[in-house]
Design a protein. Structure first.
Length: 148
């Protein structure tokens, strides 16, 4: 079994075996201040080997802070890939899942979403949270932009 995709997005949906992603694949976020809050969509595609079909598996996803400590939210889901009628033995089957929700970003730094199946880490999607530069104020027409 392997994770084909672990994608962070502004929003994600899994419908009829397809992932629909809006604003996806980012790895750099800018916030005006910290702590910050973010609505994140997590899209996951799992390739299940034929021999692992018709069995229950457990997916865990959590976030890690810059020190590698697990942080909330922690997401868990059981899944089972059933063999389709007429399926060719040996074929991998793909399961897709999506979840959306808030994530607290306490400080600037490097973060990661980590996906594990059966306790084995199979994917990691990293992102960096930065403090946004303050806006630049343009001088008024005819002015210098300087104050006395």
């Amino acid at each position: 079994m392997r994770i084909h995709a672990l994608l962070l997005a502004d929003s994600a949906q899994a419908v009829d075996g397809k992932l629909y992603v809006l604003g996806g694949a980012w790895n750099l976020l800018r916030f005006p201040e910290f702590p910050a809050s973010l609505m994140v969509g997590i899209a996951v595609a799992i390739d299940v080997e034929w021999a692992e079909t018709n069995q229950r598996h457990h997916l865990d996803i959590h976030f890690e802070d810059p020190q590698g400590n697990a942080m909330d939210p922690r997401i868990g889901a059981d899944f089972e890939a059933g063999r389709p009628p007429g399926g060719v033995p040996g074929t991998e089957l793909r399961i897709v899942m999506a979840v959306n929700g808030p994530v607290a970003i306490p400080a600037p730094g490097d973060y990661a979403a980590v996906a594990s199946i059966g306790g084995l880490e199979l994917a990691r999607s990293r992102f960096q949270a930065l403090r946004a530069a303050p806006p630049v104020v343009a001088p008024a027409p005819g002015g210098t932009g300087l104050t006395n």
